[in-house]
Each structure stands twice: as structure tokens, then as C-alpha cells.
Design a protein around this ligand. Structure first.
Ligand code: TRP
Length: 334
């Protein structure tokens, strides 16, 4: 029997999951399950690089798990776990810190962005975030790491670490490939189409979360920025009409229609008809996910059994890699 390839990805529970989280990673993940041996996790260790309210962090971590399942991740067919439950992440993270260079870490655009946004809390964890992320990845020896465009630089850094580490110690880590899904990969803020729809930016009025009420969703879409040209027609032109392009992207993902079909559907109708139509399509797309999330969240025993089993399975795989690493670098076996 041919062995399945391995795939891994995670999301920080640093904010409520948004429409961007769904159309970006989440709705691609279930499709990978049949083909790959998949590991999906809630990156809570990463979340604390920015100050979190403890009660919110706990709630979001569990809610995120329920949402993973509601979006189609069957826990019997993949491994879903909480990052902090698998202690090997923090351990390998430390080791890899010693194989990541100061200069390299200094060049990370996410570090620069987040330092600018959290000027009163530029902590060491924010700086060494990519070494921990490299550990998340390399522990499971994955072939593929699906990430958003903004995380590609971190995967590149993980690849540099693999080269450096394997160069000294032989073939310890498998070289991971970043995988950036094309369609719907990057949903932008509804009020600022130049910025990604973020789950953690406080006061971002341009986002829709997965659990928003239908009337909130409709309001957000009616307020969405379109563009300032005088043409006022629905046409796919990301360069000159980024707001409209973003809405078209969302509508296309929610309905399965092509950009051509959408242009024809709204020909001569203007934005006044287009924006609420996008809102309605999103409400319909999210309705079953919201219902299922609420149903799963009500069953705490089930959720606990999922994350316990996930941590056990992940731990076994992670431990194999960590043992090898410890041995190679010269730690005494206990
Ligand atoms: N850094 C990722 C993000 O902010 C989350 C993440 C942490 C991750 N570890 C990972 C993604 C490992 C892929 C693989 O979105």
C-alpha cells in the first residue's frame, strides 16, 4: 500500500474566526483529508505572543475546535489538537531557536507589522514566533503546509532551518512545501480592501465572523467599500476596483458562480443591488456551519474526547521526531 502524504496546518485562536478564515484555509481543509494524513491544530502557544484575555482565549480555542468540525473536518479521519496539549511543540521550538538566525528573524514582515501594532509589548515570543512555527511543522514531517500568503515567509524560514539542521546532522527533517490555495485565498477587509480581513485586529469594522447574526452580516455588507470611480458597475478589476473584486471573490466562493456570470447577473444594476446579494449569499453559506457549531459546542464531553484523542495521536508522532533530534544534537537519553 502506498503511504499517504502528510499535511499540517493551524490557526491561532487570537480572535473569532472570520469569513476570511473560512474561505481561506478552513473550507479547503476537509477536501485534503481523503488524500493526505492531516494534522490540524489550534495554535494557542502562538496566540499569547499578543496579550490575550484568559477567558476569551479558552472560549475561542474550544469554539475553534467546534468550528473545525462544523466546517467538515471529521475527527475520525484526521488529527485535530490543541497546540499546548502537545508539549513537544514548545520543546522543539526551543531547539530550533538555536538554529534560527537573529538576522533571519529580524527580516520577518509579520514581526515588523506586529511590533508596530503592539509597540508596548514587543516580547521575545513575537520575535521567535517563526522558530515555534517551524517546530509545529517539522515535528510531523509533513509534505505540504497550506497557509495564507502572509505565512509563506515563515514556511520559507522553516525550510532554511531544515537545510541548516540537516546539513549538520543528516536527514532528520523532511523539507516541507508551502501550499497556497488560489481561489478565495485572501479575503480582504470590507472597509479597507488593502488589508486582509483580520480576526485579531481590534476595532476592525470590515470583518464578518463565522458566528455573526444574519442581520449583522447584512449590515456589514451593505456598508462595504466598493470603489470611488464613477462607473459604478460590477466588474472584476482587482487593480482599480479592489473593493468590488473582493466582494466578487466572496460571492463567487459562496455561490460557485464565475466572475463572468456575476458580471452578467448584475449588469446595469449597480452596487445597491450587488452588496445585499453578497450578504445574503454569505448568510446562507454560513447558516449550516453556525447551526452545527452550536450543536457541537453544547456537547462538551464530545469536544473533550476529540481534543484528548487528537493530542494523544499528535504526541506520538511528535515524540518520534523529537527523540531523533535530541539524540542527534547530543542530549543524553533518559
Ligand atoms: N502562524 C500561523 C498564522 O498566524 C498559524 C500557525 C502556527 C501555523 N503554526 C503553524 C500555520 C504551522 C501552519 C503551520 O496563521
Amino acid at each position: 500500500m502506498e503511504e499517504k502524504k502528510t499535511m499540517l496546518s493551524g490557526i491561532k485562536p487570537s480572535g473569532d474566526l472570520t469569513l476570511g478564515s473560512y474561505l481561506g484555509p478552513l473550507h479547503h481543509w476537509p477536501k485534503m483529508i481523503e488524500e493526505y494524513d492531516c494534522y490540524y491544530f489550534m495554535a494557542d502557544l502562538h496566540a499569547i505572543t499578543v496579550r490575550q484575555n484568559p477567558a476569551d482565549l479558552r472560549r475561542r480555542t474550544v469554539e475553534q475546535l467546534a468550528q473545525y468540525i462544523a466546517c467538515g473536518l471529521n475527527p475520525d479521519k484526521c488529527t485535530i489538537f490543541v497546540q499546548s496539549h502537545v508539549h513537544q511543540h514548545a520543546e522543539l521550538g526551543w531547539v530550533l531557536n538555536c538554529y534560527a538566525m537573529f538576522g533571519e528573524l529580524s527580516r520577518m514582515t509579520q514581526f515588523k507589522d506586529k511590533s508596530a501594532k503592539n509597540a508596548d509589548n514587543i516580547n521575545g515570543g513575537l520575535f521567535t514566533y517563526p522558530s515555534l512555527m517551524a517546530a509545529d511543522i517539522l515535528l510531523y514531517q509533513p509534505d505540504l503546509v497550506p497557509v495564507g500568503e502572509d505565512q509563506k515567509q515563515h514556511v520559507e524560514l522553516a525550510r532554511n532551518i531544515v537545510q541548516r539542521f540537516n546539513g549538520v546532522y543528516g536527514d532528520v527533517f523532511k523539507m516541507p512545501e508551502p501550499y497556497i490555495p488560489k481561489v478565495g485565498a485572501r479575503i480582504m477587509s470590507l472597509t479597507n480592501p488593502a488589508a486582509k480581513m483580520s480576526k485579531s485586529d481590534n476595532g476592525d469594522t470590515g470583518r464578518v465572523t463565522l458566528m455573526d447574526d444574519p442581520n449583522v452580516i447584512m449590515k456589514q455588507f451593505k456598508r462595504a467599500i466598493t470603489d470611488s470611480d464613477t462607473e459604478r458597475c460590477v466588474r472584476y478589476d482587482p487593480e482599480n476596483k479592489p473593493g468590488v473584486a473582493n466582494l466578487m471573490q466572496i460571492y463567487a466562493s459562496a455561490t460557485g458562480k464565475t466572475f463572468d456570470e456575476i458580471e452578467r447577473e448584475f449588469d446595469g444594476l449597480g452596487y445597491g443591488r450587488f452588496k445585499p446579494a453578497v450578504g445574503e449569499a454569505v448568510v446562507e453559506m454560513l447558516r449550516p456551519i453556525q447551526d452545527e457549531t452550536k450543536r457541537i459546542l453544547a456537547d462538551r464531553a464530545y469536544l473533550e474526547s476529540v481534543y484528548r484523542a487528537g493530542a494523544e495521536k499528535a504526541s506520538r508522532a511528535a515524540e518520534r521526531t523529537l527523540r531523533r533530534v535530541y539524540k542527534k544534537i547530543g542530549f543524553v537519553a533518559r
